[in-house]
Design a protein around this ligand. Structure first.
Ligand SMILES: *Cc1c(COP(=O)(O)O)cnc(C)c1O
Length: 485
C-alpha cells in the first residue's frame, strides 16, 4: 500500500495532494508587472538581489525555507537554554541515533560548517576526493585545504532528458580506475551526495551505494555521505528500486547511513530547521574532529545552533520518517515537470527533488551562452510572473585565471519547491506563466555584467539587458493579459 502524498484521479492520472492543513499564513505580494520590471532593474537582473516584498512565489532555494510543522514549533517552546549539557542536545542525539543510526554527533551551524570541519581534519594538499558530483560549498572547502575533486557520474548522467531513475549513481569502474591512478594514500575519503543537488536533485540507488561501499572496503578508504537531501533520496529509492519497495523510510534511511563511515548534513534541508551535524559510530573518527567544534562552531552541546532550532531539528528528523511528508515536494515537482513537458517546455528529467529544472539552453536557443541564457530566463520569468527562480549556469560559475569566461556544462533555471510551502493552485500559476513565456521566448534577450565581484559573483553581481527586450516582454504581457496582475 502506498502512503505517498498523492491520490489517483477517477478518470486517470495522479493528483498531488496536500496531506496537511494551513494553520499559519504569511501574506504574499503579487505586484503589477510594471513594478516587477522596475524591481528587476534595481536588482541588477539578478534574482538573488530582489527583496521578497516584490516576490510572489519564492522558488530561489529549499535552504531554510521548508515549512515547519506544529510539532516543531511546539518543541521550540521547551528548549533547554544551557551553554553546556543542554537536554535539548540530548534529545537531538537520541533522534540522530533513532533516525540515522549514529551514536556520536558533532553539532555545527549549517551544512558547509560540517564540510569545513571534515575537510580541515582529513584533506591535505595534493589529496583527491572522488565523488558522484560536487556541491558548491563542498568544492570550495576541499580546494581551500589544497585538495582536488574528481567527479565520477556515469556518462549518461549529464544528459538533461533521460529515463534513468538514478542519475546520481557513481560509476564504479571509474572509481576503481581513479583509485588506481592517484593511489590509495592520496584519497582521504570517497564522498557520496544523496539527491545530487547540482545535476537537478537526482538520487543514487541503494545498489550503487552498496557497490561504492564494497570498493571502499576493498581499498580501506573512508566513505562519507552528504545526507542533506537523504530523505528524498530514500523516498525515490522506495519508489524506483525494486528491492526496496516494501521497506519503510526508516529502514531505508538506516541502511543508507549504515553504509557510510561518516554522515553529515545541513538541517536547513534535512529537517526543515536550521543547523547541521556530523555523525558516526566510530569513536576514533569523532575524536579527530571533536576539538574543532568549540574552535569554529560553539560548545559541543550546541555547535552554534540556538537550542530552539535544536528542538525543531530533533522533531524534523523524526518527521523525515513520514513518507507522506517527505513525498510532498517530490510529488509536486513531478507534477510541475510533467505538466510543463506536456506544453513542450524543455525540462530536466526524470523529475528529481528540491525543485524543477528548466533547460535554459533549449528554452532560449537564440541567446548565445556568453549572454547568459539561464540568467536571462530567470529575469524574464520574474518579470512576467513575480516568480523568483535561481540561475544555475554560466553566471554561477567562475572565470579562469586569465579572466576568461568558463561556459557552464548546462544552463538551468531552477524552480525550488520547498516542503509544504506552496499550494497546487500556486504551482498551476507557475505552469501557466512558464507556458506563456515559452510561447513568447523569442522576446527574451541576453544579459551582460556591469558589476562583477571576483568571488561568488552570482550572489551579488549586477547585469543589464543587451537590448531593450524587457520592455517588449512587458508590452506583450499587457496585450495578452490586459490589466491582470
Ligand atoms: C545545501 C547543501 C549543503 C550546504 O548546506 P548549508 O546549510 O547551506 O551550508 C551541502 N550539501 C548539499 C547536498 C546541500 O544541498
Amino acid at each position: 500500500m502506498s502512503t505517498t502524498s498523492k491520490v489517483k484521479f477517477y478518470r486517470g492520472g495522479d493528483l498531488p495532494l496536500e496531506l496537511h492543513k494551513v494553520r499559519v499564513v504569511q501574506k504574499l505580494h503579487l505586484v503589477p508587472i510594471e513594478r516587477r520590471l522596475e524591481a528587476m532593474k534595481e536588482a541588477g537582473f539578478n534574482t538573488f538581489r530582489l527583496s521578497t516584498k516584490d516576490v510572489f512565489l519564492d522558488m530561489l532555494t529549499d535552504s531554510g525555507t521548508n515549512a515547519m510543522s506544529d510539532n516543531q514549533l511546539a518543541a521550540m517552546m521547551h528548549a533547554d537554554d544551557a551553554y553546556a549539557g543542554s537536554q535539548s542536545f540530548e534529545r537531538l542525539q537520541k533522534a540522530v541515533l533513532d533516525v540515522l543510526g549514529k551514536k556520536y554527533l558533532l553539532p555545527v551551524h549549517q551544512g558547509r560548517a560540517a564540510e569545513n570541519v571534515i575537510c580541515r581534519t582529513f584533506v591535505k594538499p595534493g589529496n583527491v576526493i572522488p565523488m558522484n558530483y560536487h556541491f558548491t560549498t563542498t568544492l570550495a572547502h576541499i580546494q581551500e585545504n589544497g585538495g582536488r575533486v574528481v567527479e565520477l557520474l556515469h556518462d549518461h548522467a549529464t544528459e538533461l532528458k533521460s529515463e534513468h531513475p538514478f542519475k546520481g549513481n557513481m560509476d564504479i569502474e571509474k572509481l576503481e580506475n581513479c583509485i588506481n591512478e592517484v593511489g590509495v594514500e592520496n584519497i582521504p575519503f570517497i564522498r557520496m551526495e544523496a539527491s545530487t543537488n547540482l545535476i537537478g536533485g537526482q538520487p543514487f540507488s541503494m545498489a550503487n551505494l552498496m557497490d561504492v561501499r564494497r570498493i571502499a572496503d576493498k581499498y580501506g578508504i573512508m566513505l562519507v555521505l552528504d545526507a542533506s537531501l537523504i530523505g528524498e533520496n530514500a523516498y525515490l529509492i522506495k519508489q524506483r528500486e525494486d528491492n526496496w519497495k516494501e521497506n519503510s523510510m526508516g529502514e531505508i534511511l538506516k541502511m543508507m547511513t549504515g553504509l557510510a563511515d561518516l554522515v553529515y548534513f545541513s538541517a536547513r534541508k534535512l529537517s526543515s530547521s536550521r543547523g547541521g551535524g556530523i555523525c558516526t559510530n566510530q569513536r576514533a573518527l569523532y575524536a579527530k574532529m571533536e576539538a574543532m567544534i568549540p574552535l569554529y562552531e560553539g560548545f559541543l552541546t550546541y555547535g552554534g545552533i540556538s537550542v530552539r532550532e535544536i528542538e525543531a531539528m530533533t522533531v524534523g528528523l523524526y518527521e523525515s520518517l513520514d513518507e507522506t511528508m517527505i513525498s510532498q515536494s517530490p510529488n509536486f515537482i513531478k507534477y510541475l515537470v510533467e505538466e510543463l513537458e506536456k506544453r513542450g517546455v524543455p525540462m530536466v528529467t526524470p523529475p528529481g527533488v528540491l525543485g524543477a529544472h528548466v533547460d535554459a539552453m533549449k528554452f532560449c536557443e537564440h541567446i548565445p551562452q556568453e549572454e547568459y541564457p539561464a540568467g536571462a530566463l530567470a529575469a524574464a520569468l520574474y518579470i512576467c510572473s513575480g516568480i523568483r527562480g535561481m540561475e544555475r549556469g554560466t553566471v554561477s560559475s567562475v572565470r579562469d585565471e586569465n579572466g576568461n569566461e568558463i561556459l557552464a556544462d548546462v544552463e538551468l533555471l531552477r524552480l525550488a519547491v520547498p516542503r509544504r510551502v506552496f499550494t497546487l493552485s500556486q504551482i498551476n500559476y507557475v505552469i501557466d506563466r512558464v507556458d506563456w513565456l515559452y510561447q513568447n521566448r523569442k522576446l527574451i534577450g541576453g544579459l551582460k555584467f556591469v558589476y562583477e565581484p571576483p568571488v561568488l559573483r552570482f550572489f551579488m553581481g549586477g547585469l543589464e539587458p543587451k537590448t531593450n527586450w524587457p520592455a517588449r516582454l512587458l508590452e506583450k504581457f499587457r496585450k495578452d493579459f490586459g490589466d491582470s496582475l
